[in-house]
Design a protein around this ligand. Structure first.
Ligand SMILES: Cc1ncc(COP(=O)(O)O)c(C=O)c1O
Length: 460
């Protein structure tokens, strides 16, 4: 590991610890109502939150949201935050974006859901087909559920059970991907998961086609699933030809390929599959396309759509032995989801707006690199469209192991709370600051100047 200017070099650990203690105390002093609310809420919710996960995202105390507008939200103590986490990309359109508010309000008033298609559903699926390059689409409520259905379809079509995933991945809270490698075994990374299901997954390093081929050679793999760039271990971009090579290998060894674009769809127009013309069998989109409305989608080839049609699961089927594919849910594909998706695609996720956030992302990355140089650090700033972040080394990582060298939890968490005390809500540890469609150039400048102030206190 490099011992030059990165992690263990120029960062003064004592100064970092002192800063963190000071900032956590200041944050606690600014958020008494949130603390009291969360404490009282523990009577009716574990950890005082509706999803226990929310309480585990940061080390500093959590807060209670009071509302938001554009790039900012406020807590119930009245503190304001310019949001660079944007709900880990579920809110990349900002708070209360007029086109989404208008479309979803109309849909709610007109009937939120019918367990039927509505006329606008086709506008969404046809537009996604045009942008992404896969002709057929299905809705779910979350990207986790979309990936689950993709795995089931792939298992049925190939008659195999194993899933090939990449170190550093996150594909949702599903048994097959909440796993890690321990020796020769793939084991669950959290409690309550099936050790037997974990064994169905094979993990290889990202950007390593030889390792992927070695795994595929046994002809046991149903599905290869990856993000086109890993976004859940900071950022790892694909080497030229890596994703294309995976597609070729999957075809050669009889597996299907899914590109999980739950995040990257918001980085490039049409997602990376669409903008880079990447060949694959499935694409997963998630996080309500950044609208904050709960829905996700997956796209598929015509051949897969034909299989779905042929193997429709029918509730009025008489023959139990001929039940169809296990997909669907009673709240999937609602009129609200359709309204949000249509408004998002037509009015927010436009080529002009993608170009704008790409340019702001570039400004953010360049601003951070200028700050790093000013402090004599040979760090780099990630830049993939609106995503930036801190690479604590002179070279960008090519796999998760290299990326982990930039994941300095102490520093990230201290930076979060330092920024929170100064009206900026930074990204969760595995991500990086994300430019949203609601951010302005002033917001970016504010983030960069706070990064500068933070480093000034801890770099020696
Ligand atoms: C690449 C990727 N896939 C899937 C998911 C799961 O999304 P959801 O929380 O909507 O199920 C995430 C969430 O962060 C993700 O980053």
């Amino acid at each position: 590991m490099d011992t030059g200017t990165h992690l263990n070099g120029r960062v003064d650990r004592a100064a970092l610890a002192a800063l963190r203690k000071r900032e956590e105390a200041a944050f606690a002093a600014r958020t008494p109502k949130s603390r009291a609310w969360l404490e009282a809420a523990r009577a009716s919710m574990p950890n005082g939150v509706p999803v226990a996960w929310m309480a585990g995202l940061y080390r500093h105390n959590s807060i209670v949201a009071g509302g938001g507008a554009g790039a900012f939200f406020r807590d119930i103590d009245g503190n304001r935050y310019c949001d660079f986490n944007v709900c880990d990309l579920a809110m990349t359109m900002g708070y209360g974006p007029p086109p989404i508010v208008e479309a979803v309000s109309r849909a709610v008033a007109n009937g939120a859901h019918f367990l039927l298609a509505v006329e606008d559903t086709r506008a969404v699926t046809e537009e996604l087909a045009r942008r992404v390059g896969l002709p057929a689409w299905q809705f779910t409520l979350s990207a986790s559920a979309a990936n689950t259905e993709v795995m089931r379809i792939a298992r049925f079509m190939t008659g195999r059970t194993k899933i090939l995933i990449f170190d550093g991945q996150y594909h949702g809270h599903i048994e097959e991907s909440l796993v890690t490698q321990r020796g020769n075994e793939t084991v669950p990374i959290q409690l309550g998961l099936s050790a037997r299901t974990a064994k169905e997954s094979i993990i290889v390093p990202f950007n390593d086609l030889a390792a992927a081929e070695a795994a595929l050679k046994a002809h046991e793999i149903a599905l290869v699933i990856t993000e086109p760039a890993l976004t859940n271990c900071l950022l790892v971009e694909p080497k030229p030809g890596f994703i294309e090579g995976l597609g070729a290998l999957a075809r050669q060894y009889g597996a299907l390929l899914c590109l999980d674009e739950a995040h990257t769809f918001q980085f490039e127009y049409g997602g990376m599959a669409g903008s880079r013309k990447l060949d694959c069998d499935f694409v997963t989109l998630g996080k309500g396309l950044g609208t904050g409305v709960s829905f996700a989608l997956y796209g598929m080839t015509r051949a897969i759509a034909d299989v779905m049609e042929k193997h429709l699961d029918s509730d009025i089927g008489l023959d139990i032995g001929s039940k169809g594919l296990a997909t669907g849910g009673t709240t999937y594909g609602s009129a609200i989801a359709v309204a949000a998706a249509k408004a998002a695609l037509e009015q927010v996720l436009t080529p002009e707006n993608y170009a704008r956030v790409d340019s702001l992302g570039k400004t953010l990355a360049e601003g951070l690199e200028t700050v790093f140089r000013k402090h004599g650090l040979d760090w780099r700033a990630f830049h993939l469209g609106p995503r930036s972040g801190y690479c604590l080394k002179p070279d960008f990582p090519t796999n998760a192991e290299e990326a982990s060298e930039s994941m300095d939890i102490e520093m990230i968490d201290a930076r979060r709370v330092f920024m929170a005390n100064r009206e900026v809500w930074d990204a969760v540890v595995s991500a990086g600051p994300q430019v949203s469609f609601a951010h302005s150039a002033e917001d970016i400048a504010r983030y960069v100047s706070l990064a500068d102030a933070f480093l000034a206190e801890i770099v020696r």
